[in-house]
Design a protein around this ligand. Structure first.
Ligand code: DAH
Length: 341
């Protein structure tokens, strides 16, 4: 039996070492160490030994098993290393080959315009606020002095969520004025860009969803001169030094007096051309001095404080800046369109 064990040991060790691959090695492992393997076969004969012979032979058999197991492990590692080496040789990467460039995204022209506006106002000490698109009618209308019965509150103009018209998709960014007044005390200087919603049919100049930028200043001694001065300066920063502005009387429920601001057409200098549709002027925004009742409803004393506010359409601004003829292009997000800016 001793000879048998020695023979198995010698044979197995040399067989393991000469195995060509993992599968071959595994077959050899089963041949020698498996349940029906050669070593097991020898061990089964242990019963025939005398009681004195058994311990020594048992020890020897265990030693052989341990040696074989270790040799299988070593051989397996060697084969793995060799396989890795071979892969490294055959799969070398040519680092000088040009890579596949990832496709880069592109900033949207409307957000390019918005970032410019933000930068201008931040430079003048304004805070940029973000607010909910789902708004209370109370903030969108009542607190802005547009009482029950105001035409803009009509179901044909506004998206409501409930039958009693309490919750709605905001129709303007102006409720952000109320939110700002409710959450801070004067002096207040904010702008609030965001989406607004109205029941408009889609065409080249209309969309049921568009963007506005709201602005508001409240402090002691604020006058219409501040409104004109600030907004004129903003237009010069946007459209170049010497840009001429014009303020026309208008009406908004939450401002008194109210106005609309035009800039003189930068294309024709006010003579009239296709860009300004022959008008010589381009309408930019609505503005005005905050109505004393709006201040009062926010708990701000209109005898002590005054303020001005404005709201402008962002798509229109971007369309003018980038000479985009159709509003729908802004929302379609066709990469061929976006990449032009
Ligand atoms: N919210 C008005 C609109 O959607 C625009 C506007 C006008 C905003 C005058 C103002 C303002 O803050 O003072 O037509």
């Amino acid at each position: 039996m001793k000879e048998q064990l020695a023979k198995i040991r010698a044979e197995a060790l040399s067989a393991f070492e000469s195995a060509m691959d993992a599968a071959g090695l595994d077959a050899l492992r089963i041949k020698y160490l498996g349940k029906k393997g050669e070593l097991t076969a020898v061990l089964k004969q242990m019963g025939k030994l005398t009681a004195e012979e058994r311990p020594a032979m048992g020890q020897l058999a265990n030693d052989v098993r341990a040696a074989l197991e270790q040799a299988v492990g070593t051989a397996a590692r060697k084969l793995e290393e060799a396989a890795l080496e071979r892969r490294l040789q055959t799969e070398t990467v040519d680092v000088t080959m040009p890579g596949a460039a990832p496709r880069q995204g592109h900033r949207h022209p409307m957000y390019i315009a918005l970032d410019q506006i933000k930068e201008i106002f931040i430079g003048m000490g304004f805070e940029v606020l973000d607010g909910p698109e789902i708004e209370l009618a109370e903030l969108n209308f009542d607190r802005l002095n547009a009482e029950e019965g105001h035409p803009s509150r009509d179901w044909s103009d506004t998206f409501y969520f409930d039958a009693d018209s309490r919750v709605m998709l905001r129709s303007q960014t102006s409720p952000m004025q109320v939110r700002a007044m409710d959450s801070r005390r004067p002096p207040i200087r904010i702008i609030a860009p965001g989406r607004v919603f109205r029941k408009d049919e889609v065409d080249a100049t209309h969309s049921p969803m568009f963007h506005q930028v709201e602005g508001m200043v409240i402090d002691k001694g604020v006058t219409m001169a501040d409104l004109k001065g600030t907004l004129s300066l903003v237009m010069e920063k946007l459209y170049g030094e010497g840009t001429v502005t014009r303020f026309r009387p208008h009406h908004f429920p939450f401002t008194e007096p109210s106005c609309e601001m035009d800039v003189q057409c930068h294309k024709c200098g006010g003579v009239g051309c296709p860009t300004c549709k022959g008008e010589g002027w381009i309408e930019i925004l609505g503005a005005g001095m905050i109505h004393p009742r709006v201040l009062e409803m926010a708990g701000i004393d209109p005898e002590v404080y005054s303020g001005w506010a404005f709201g402008m359409g962002l798509e229109r601004l971007a369309m003018r800046q980038f000479k985009i003829a159709d509003l729908r292009l802004i929302f379609e997000n066709d990469i061929r369109f976006l990449e032009q800016f």
